[in-house]
Design a protein around this ligand. Structure first.
Ligand code: PFF
Length: 455
């Protein structure tokens, strides 16, 4: 009864499918759709996909498991989880500080992510205005302005908070299980459409055929590692908090492997859409390379190159654009709810207030941060992105590996993994993972950190 009450109070995913869709919803985001494809195309196509797959499973999957195991073991928010793993007063302080650092980082990531998401979301009504022949409305929506960006960022934040305020099962799980299948169907539909257009096959060749000559240099490895880390939402406690809602009957190593596989699979699928689409655009006279011969990536790709392609395709292009931006908005939304959940669980558990109040309080603070960034865009935008993704995420990742590998006692680790996984003790996972998370993961992350901060 006591266990049931605790579960009811904190919330728990109702099924393994519910957890997998929520966790992949967090993982599959803008990082997959505009990060992975262009990196792949610029770094040797199929050869990079192979390197990425190896790194995703060598680095990101073990780190994901560290977060999931700590989360399920402690059934706690990011700040109180780590101190629970130790009896040492000193380590408790370090654990709490790390947790707070994670909560702040997740909030800061959300503050810029919501801005980027609003640029994509506004394209949905813009495409509708285009289809409906509403020229003036379309022009206003297409023209960046502080008012437009603030309004749509507010709208996106309202959507995110509206889902999180409903709780784990009725909000996060329900919406993830609705949105994620929709996202996969939309990508598949778009891949099918784009591959029939002239020029697509050239993109497909570049994307899939390995070119090992482009597969050189340490920066390639570190950018693949960074991509895998960001893509699996690691280092800020999202997966720890989602792990805290996983049933004790679930096989964690297997469930975590599904999440890593699906995330990578969807990133790969996004490449089948984006790279061929770029070459269709090139065929229509649109520039797809930067002056240094690298493929245009990031916001320029999504907000200029691809919209030019959609425009050049006439009426059908408006529909393709509508679906494409809807897809991106969904991907951003399911990632944002996981980011908001990190500070919300902390505030509601620390201050013993309702989820409803905690959500609206935290969402208002983060939205104020987004407004601050929008109002001081040149000074703050790239700085916040760099601070959080280049510095905070890897440092926090190392700390989480250290707490899982060195602080949490081996017997407790095994007993946690054994719940829902009867053969854990003799499994390959248990033979490799504990020493892996102690030595290899922290080392690899530090390597990536040093390389990224030097460039
Ligand atoms: N994984 C998301 C993406 O690929 O876009 C980004 C992300 C989500 C990063 C949640 C961090 C996070 F906590």
């Amino acid at each position: 009864m006591a266990v049931k009450d605790a579960v009811r109070e904190r919330g728990q995913f109702s099924s393994r499918f519910g957890f997998i869709t929520a966790a992949t919803g967090s993982a599959v985001g803008l990082g997959n759709i505009w990060g992975f494809p262009t990196q792949t195309a610029s770094h040797g196509g199929g050869a990079f996909v192979l390197v990425y797959l190896v790194l995703a499973f060598l680095l990101a999957y073990p780190a994901l498991m560290a977060e999931l195991i700590i989360g399920r073991h402690t059934r706690s928010n990011m700040v109180s989880a780590l101190p629970q793993l130790t009896t040492s007063p000193m380590l408790k302080i370090v654990g709490r500080a790390t947790g707070l650092f994670g909560v702040v980082t997740a909030s800061l990531i959300l503050s810029f992510y919501a801005i980027v998401a609003s640029w994509l979301m506004v394209q949905v009504p813009a495409a509708l205005a285009d289809i409906g022949g509403q020229g003036p409305a379309e022009n206003w929506l297409n023209q960046p302005s502080l008012l437009r960006d603030s309004l749509f960022c507010g709208l996106f934040s309202l959507l995110t908070a509206g889902i999180v305020a409903r709780g784990v099962t009725a909000g996060i799980e329900r919406w993830s299980t609705r949105l994620m299948p929709a996202l996969v169907l939309l990508i598949l539909g778009l891949v099918g459409t784009v591959l029939t257009l002239p020029g697509a096959m050239e993109g497909l060749r570049l994307y899939l055929i390995p070119n090992f000559n482009l597969l050189t240099g340490p920066s390639l490895l570190t950018s693949a590692m960074g991509q895998a880390f960001f893509s699996l939402s690691l280092g800020v406690g999202t997966m720890l908090v989602y792990g805290s809602y996983v049933s004790k009957a679930d096989n964690l190593p297997l469930t975590g492997a599904y999440v890593a596989l699906i995330d990578t699979g969807i990133a790969f699928l996004a490449g089948l859409l984006i790279i061929p689409a770029m070459f269709v655009a090139q065929q229509r006279g649109i520039e797809i390379y930067n002056s240094d011969n690298t493929l245009i990536a990031g916001p320029d790709l999504i907000l200029q190159t691809l919209p030019s392609l959609f425009n050049s395709l006439g009426f059908a292009g408006a529909f393709i654009g509508l679906i494409f931006f809807l897809l991106l908005t969904i991907a951003a939304l399911t990632s944002s709810i996981s980011m908001l959940e990190v500070p919300v669980t902390f505030v509601l558990e620390k201050f013993k207030i309702s989820r409803y109040h905690a959500t609206w309080l935290v969402a208002s603070i983060i939205f104020s941060l987004s407004l601050l960034i929008l109002n001081n865009f040149d000074q703050l935008f790239t700085g916040v992105i760099r601070l959080t993704t280049t510095y905070s995420q890897p440092l926090l990742g190392v700390m989480l590996c250290v707490f899982a590998g060195w602080v949490l006692h081996r017997n407790k680790l095994l007993s946690e993994i054994s719940k829902g996984f009867a053969g854990a003790k003799t499994s390959l996972f248990w033979k490799i993972w504990p020493s892996y998370i102690r030595f290899i993961c922290p080392l690899l992350i530090i390597l990536m950190f040093v390389q990224n901060t030097r460039s």
